[in-house]
Design a binder for this molecule. Structure first.
Ligand code: SF4
Length: 314
């Protein structure tokens, strides 16, 4: 498979902390990739770096991002619109906030498409309806004439997916697509993503706390901790033979959502603190139950197989 997205050695910081340190990730055309880790691990900032939507006090200090052959960090705003935003569909975590509360769904889906494609109202409306139906929406016409507040969480998720696919995208990014849904709707949304991944040609990058969803969808998985990758591999490698103690702990938890940032994760204890992101020692050492003397040495990202890498001294 040829490469679509390459994030290479990306480092990001704000005024006080290092947020990402030498973060790298690749997505090939048509591939389904998952990025997992607790809140505070740096997942969202890696995504915001790619989409060029960093907060004003956050800066990229080194590294590169290439999408479809375009240097994302070096291109102009116009090039970014034409080569990045029109080729990437984004499904935000908060599906309520990402929809305008006063505008009808049809207007929200169609306006941007009409502007970008110089399309007429009829063509845009037909595409919006077709995409909503493709997400399994049973009553597409009623939904198109509704506003966000009149829709359930599962319906809003489907509207956001349809919105993300309005252009001919190469990559669909979904940020926590199954959070805040009840078990029944979550299962439906999981099945929808699995179906889209089988029937559509685009690649997927899913950021998720929900490891059962990741396991059912992803070809490859990246595990992040404290701004660095600690493990990456084929989905099968990560779930059958996880090499990093943090990965093993996450898998034993299944779904790694905390109610607030200070709440411990049962088998991990504590939470990801904004320290130790710029030195060579193991950032996980303070929480690791397998820590021993050799862990004080600098830790490198080493290869276990052609596709499997880990950052651990054991
Ligand atoms: S290097 Fe040591 S402390 Fe760090 S994850 Fe591996 S075993 Fe745990």
């Amino acid at each position: 498979m040829s490469e679509l997205l390459t994030i290479d050695s990306l480092s990001v910081r704000d005024e006080r902390h290092i947020i990402l340190s030498g973060f790298s990730l690749k997505v090939a055309r048509g591939e389904k990739v998952a990025l997992v880790g607790e809140s505070g691990s740096g997942k969202t900032m890696s995504l915001r770096s790619l989409l060029h939507i960093l907060p004003s006090d956050v800066e990229i200090t080194s590294g590169s991002i290439t999408f479809n052959g375009t240097d994302v960090l070096g291109c102009s705003a116009r090039e970014r619109r034409e080569r990045l935003y029109s080729r990437i569909g984004f499904v935000a975590q908060n599906t309520t906030e990402s929809l305008h509360p006063l505008m009808k769904v049809s207007t929200q889906l169609c306006d941007a498409y009409r502007q970008r494609h110089k399309a007429g109202r009829k063509e845009a409306a037909a595409r919006a309806r077709e995409l909503l139906v493709s997400t399994g929406m049973k009553d597409a016409d009623r939904v198109l004439s509704s506003r966000a507040g009149q829709l359930s969480g599962g319906m809003r998720q489907r509207v956001n997916i349809a919105s993300a696919m309005m252009d001919d995208i190469d990559l669909l990014i979904a940020d926590e697509p199954t959070s805040a849904l009840d078990a029944h709707v979550r299962r439906q949304i999981e099945q929808l993503y699995a179906r889209l991944s089988d029937t559509k040609q685009f690649a997927m990058l899913v950021i998720s706390h929900d490891l059962s969803f990741v396991r059912s969808l992803a070809d490859r998985v990246y595990v992040m901790y404290a701004g660095k990758l600690v493990e990456e591999g084929l989905c099968e490698e990560i779930f059958s033979s996880p090499a990093h103690p943090y990965t093993r702990a996450l898998i034993s938890l299944g779904n790694i959502v905390r109610k607030n940032k200070d709440e411990d994760l049962d088998c991990l204890g504590d939470y990801v603190r904004p320290v130790s992101r710029d030195n060579a020692s193991c950032a996980f050492a303070g929480r690791c139950r397998e820590s021993r003397d050799e862990c004080a040495r600098a830790v490198s990202y080493r290869r276990l197989s052609e596709t499997h890498f880990v950052r651990c001294n054991l």
